[in-house]
Ligand binder design. Structure first.
Ligand code: CS2
Length: 476
């Protein structure tokens, strides 16, 4: 079978959408760190739409942790297939990524960061990729950051961390007299732009105060809310795409049809006209972030840990369990919604119904085990901030504590079965799993919440009801 490539585009069957612009005219206005599934399903698709209107917003991808995406896409001239899975499935070949660089190309990475065409540097490096501590500040003791601090003693240093690459790129731009850029964080973190700004300034302040000043004066870090359910690529998708397109694609991507991107209108230079792709620019993104992170991602993590404990595999399976589905709906409407101030025009009840309908999408096979990754990084803003608000308001936290109890049992199962977990704090969590109070004492995850008696009591009750085989706290 012919491999997907620029030349093979002409062989695409009717009905498979191809890039609607001449890729040879595209210039690279965006450098993106972490060109994984979510980036390619969400931001790269939006830029692909924009390129039909403005050829200056092509993407250069940078993978710091593996060669997988580079080895899959570069032989395909950066092309890949996006499957939109819903009642109707459609396929689209995305052309916005020109090439993907890896850690093996440090010079090329620096050239891209310091190129005069580069106006935006964006990132999806997952929560842990920002090396932040429990307070959301740069963790200078983080091994990658400590390595960068050491390496930066030399003028011509090569970073290992994402934030290190930002600072290195800004050093070169400053020395070359190039203008500032916009840094667009596209990960699920509250105040993601501000957190990344503070992290870059903190690191630059340690390494090169002149560049820190330059960043403060010339670089913008807008907040952004990103949303589209994007299950990992599986063999079934590869087979389907080959069948539908007649072309072999080494790494196609799948997502639901729904997609949302809200970006704070705060740019260092020219703002890409992404509104042609349905992107919303807003003066304040925080209400959008809070609603999405607490209601959608909070519910996702709850389904993941409770569902895995019941031996379920996917989100759709979990939603097909009427007791669990009713519990999660009640959690969203009664316990989470009161802590959310909706953005103007958003009806929270309707939003919750839409999210639940997206979870029930039969065309999406979204593994609970994928959502269960990195609990120590995700739970603080997905559920623990909501717990804090509920405690401060004198509301019950009994239901909110159940997914936390389910996470604790998820750790116990992994420890008992001698399995590792995908979590930067994995070894420490598994070592403590046998004593849940010692997990609650981890400030990296729970901050001061672990010593809050009402919370600890609710977690104990949650553990008891799960141990009794209940899927919702007794009588709740
Ligand atoms: C999921 C998210 O894996 C997870 O943790 O909750 O990836 C979720 O699917 C997206 O944030 C939806 O926009």
């Amino acid at each position: 079978m012919t491999r997907l490539s620029q030349a093979a585009l002409t062989a695409l069957p009717e009905g498979i959408a191809a890039p609607r612009y001449d890729r040879s005219t595209v210039t690279k206005g965006v450098v993106h760190f972490g060109p994984g599934a979510f980036h390619r399903a969400h931001q790269a698709a939006a830029f692909d739409t924009l390129l039909a209107h403005d050829p200056r917003w092509g993407l250069t991808g940078i993978s710091l942790n593996s060669r997988g995406v580079a080895d899959a896409l570069n032989p395909q001239d950066g092309l890949y297939t996006l499957a939109l899975l819903d009642l109707e499935t459609s396929y689209r070949v995305i052309g916005s990524i020109g090439r993907v660089l890896t850690r093996d190309d440090p010079e090329a990475i620096l050239t891209a960061l310091a190129h005069h065409d580069t106006r935006v540097i964006s990132s999806t490096v997952t929560e842990k990729g920002y090396c932040l501590n429990a307070d959301g500040a740069l963790d200078l003791a983080n091994p990658a950051i400590a390595t960068d601090l050491e390496a930066a003693r030399a003028d011509d240093w090569t970073p290992v961390s994402f934030t290190g690459w930002l600072v290195r790129g800004f050093q070169v731009r400053r020395h070359a007299g190039l203008p500032g850029v916009t840094v667009l964080c596209c990960d699920n973190l509250t105040d993601n732009g501000r957190k990344l700004e503070a992290a870059a300034l903190a690191l630059a302040g340690e390494i090169d105060p002149d560049t820190a000043r330059w960043i403060a004066d010339n670089v913008a870090f807008p907040n952004a809310m990103v949303d589209s359910i994007t299950p990992a690529t599986d063999p079934a998708l590869r087979t389907r795409v080959a069948h539908e397109t007649g072309l072999e694609d080494a790494w196609p991507i799948q997502r639901e049809r729904f997609t949302q991107w809200v970006i704070e209108d705060r740019f260092a230079g020219e703002r890409p006209a992404l509104d042609v792709a349905g992107v919303t620019f807003a003066s304040d993104v925080r209400p959008f972030e809070t609603a999405k992170l607490r209601l959608l991602n909070g519910a996702h993590s709850s389904l993941a840990y409770i569902g895995l404990g019941m031996g379920l595999e996917t989100v759709a399976d979990a939603m097909a369990d009427s007791t669990l589905a009713a519990f999660v709906e009640r959690l969203m409407r009664v316990d989470i919604a009161p802590s959310v101030t909706p953005p103007p025009g958003l009806d929270l009840d309707g939003y919750i119904s839409d999210v639940l309908a997206r979870f029930r999408n039969p065309a999406i096979r979204h593994l609970l085990s994928q959502i269960a990754w990195d609990g120590s990084q995700k739970l603080p803003y997905r559920l623990l901030d909501t717990v804090r608000d509920a405690l401060a308001a004198g509301r019950s936290v009994e239901r909110l504590a159940l997914p936390i109890a389910a996470w604790l049992r998820f750790l116990v199962r992994a420890a008992n079965e001698g399995r590792t977990i995908t979590d930067p704090l994995g070894p420490m969590l598994l070592a403590r799993a046998g004593d849940w109070r010692s997990v609650l004492a981890l400030r990296e995850v729970f901050g001061d919440l672990g010593s809050e008696p009402r919370f600890a009591h609710a977690v104990a009750a949650g553990l008891a009801s799960l141990e009794a085989g209940q899927r919702a706290p007794a009588g709740v």
